[in-house]
Design a protein around this ligand. Structure first.
Ligand SMILES: Cc1cc2nc3c(=O)[nH]c(=O)nc-3n(C[C@H](O)[C@H](O)[C@H](O)COP(=O)(O)OP(=O)(O)OC[C@H]3O[C@@H](n4cnc5c(N)ncnc54)[C@H](O)[C@@H]3O)c2cc1C
Length: 434
């Protein structure tokens, strides 16, 4: 689409336009502004209001897909210093991560992961039930065993979002909330910015970090990003006395205890895959993941999109609706999550449900992200598709996206994250839909 300025509307210019003010966009904005770039970051609503503040808050290397493990190892180092970098408290807790299992097959696959993790320098160890009880004295669930990685941790997503927003302001990022981008703007073979509801934003480089809406947004420039939507839900309990600082997950449950004593818990698993006409069109790419993992997730029809952001509008006319469905908590899930917690830890008997929410997770066919400066026209960087584990990666993403924008390359090996792996069929079916 050719760019033409619109009268009576706000037209702005920056070195870099970041579309999406979740943590990926905020981290990129922060790094770029620190490097001296003039940055505008836009969000269709409030910054960080989607996945970036809805997630469980786990920051784990343990159990990561091997394709993004090196990236996570880098991110883990950066979490240790994130408060200093942002000059804001981020609530980071290095409490370790415990993954428990019940069957010999699960044990074998965890042990295999443990060997791989160790070969890359991760301190992860096998624990029998007694060993688990030494780490978590209130543990009462009978499990076959677990693996524990002491360098992993957690942080409150809302605190981290607030810290990044404050840090972005401090370094001069222009943050525009309530500014939905309608289309990417193209001049010849170059992306030159975006058309928003408030006017045109022009930039030397445009970064698409729009989470579950990235597919839709990229399609306005003719770019096909395969993306499915998986709904995950979260429950929050009333506070109890401090019981553990570890993040814990196993077959069908996960939890962590916040500094204020509340547990964030979930039934875990693969979530609910929401289907709409668009996801059915993409089915061939996702088939191998679905076939391999069909026991781990539920398929449900997508609810009609709630926001008009889901409509792709060209020339004032709605041409199709393809955005993610609205996320709703399935009412039984928070109750089951609390029950699982209570079956696992003594001292949680009096905990009650205080809140619950759900989020739409953007998932790719191999559950690896797309981080790519060559995935489309010039002037475009794509950073999206984090498939349910992008929160932990955030501190590594800012510097990497900054390098892609300013130097068109990164010292980090990003070959696993190229967009063209999907066209070339050069990707592996993951072990989960998330
Ligand atoms: C329930 C749940 C639990 C999770 N648990 C974990 C966990 O424990 N550990 C972990 O590592 N990860 C976890 N994740 C995944 C993690 O939260 C995400 O991978 C990460 O937050 C993705 O960040 P993002 O910035 O790409 O996306 P988002 O945070 O979704 O941000 C995208 C932003 O783009 C904006 N946007 C979209 N379209 C437009 C447009 N057209 N114009 C302007 N703005 C637009 C949206 O408003 C949104 O704010 C979880 C996710 C969920 C939902």
């Amino acid at each position: 689409m050719d760019w033409s300025p619109m009268s009576n509307e706000k037209n702005l210019h920056a070195d870099v336009l970041i579309i999406g003010g979740g943590l990926v966009g905020l981290a990129a904005s922060h790094s770029l502004a620190r490097a001296g770039a003039k940055v505008i970051c836009v969000d269709s609503g409030h910054f960080g209001e989607h996945q970036s503040s809805q997630n469980w808050g786990f920051v784990r290397q343990q159990g990561r897909g091997l394709g993004e493990l090196d990236l996570m190892i880098e991110a883990n180092k950066r979490w240790q210093e994130l408060s200093d970098l942002l000059e804001q408290e981020v609530s980071w807790e290095k409490g370790g991560n415990l993954a428990v299992f019940d069957t010999p097959d699960e044990e074998e696959s965890y042990r295999q992961w443990m060997r791989e993790g160790r070969s890359r320098g991760i301190d992860t160890n096998y624990l029998d039930l007694d060993g688990i009880k030494q780490h978590i004295p209130n543990w009462k669930r009978s499990v076959r065993g677990g693996i524990f990685a002491g360098e992993d941790g957690h942080a409150d997503p809302q605190t981290v979002v607030a810290a990044y927003i404050a840090a972005c302001r401090e370094v001069g990022v222009q943050l525009l909330a309530d500014t939905p981008v309608r289309t990417l703007l193209r001049r010849g073979s170059t992306i030159i910015g975006a058309q928003t509801e408030a006017g045109i934003l022009q930039a030397g480089t445009t970064v698409v970090a729009a989470g579950a809406w990235s597919r839709q947004l990229l399609s306005t420039a003719g770019i096909d990003l395969p993306q499915n939507y998986v709904v995950g839900s979260v429950a929050l309990t009333t506070p109890v006395a401090p019981l553990t600082n570890a993040t814990v997950w196993g077959g069908g449950f996960s939890f962590r205890q916040r500094r204020d004593g509340r547990f964030v818990c979930s039934v875990g698993g693969g979530g609910v895959v929401r289907l709409n006409t668009d996801s059915i069109l993409q089915a061939p790419l996702f088939l191998s993941a679905f076939r391999k993992n069909w026991r781990r997730f539920a398929l449900r029809p997508g609810i009609r999109p709630a926001k008009d952001l889901n409509a792709v509008i060209r020339g004032g006319q709605t041409i199709r609706e393809i955005g993610p469905p609205a996320a709703r908590v399935r009412t039984s899930e928070p109750i089951r999550a609390l029950k699982q917690l209570q079956q696992t830890l003594t001292g949680t008997e009096n905990a009650r449900l205080q809140d619950s929410w759900a989020g739409v997770i953007d998932s790719t066919p191999d559950t690896l992200p797309v981080i790519d400066a060559q995935g489309g026209p010039d002037g475009l960087v794509i950073a999206t598709g984090f498939s349910g584990h992008g929160y932990g990666l955030v501190p590594a993403l800012g510097p990497i996206i900054c390098d892609l924008v300013l130097r068109s390359q990164s010292s980090f090996d990003l070959s696993n994250f190229r967009l063209d792996r999907f066209n070339a069929g050069a990707f592996k079916a993951p072990n989960a839909v998330l």
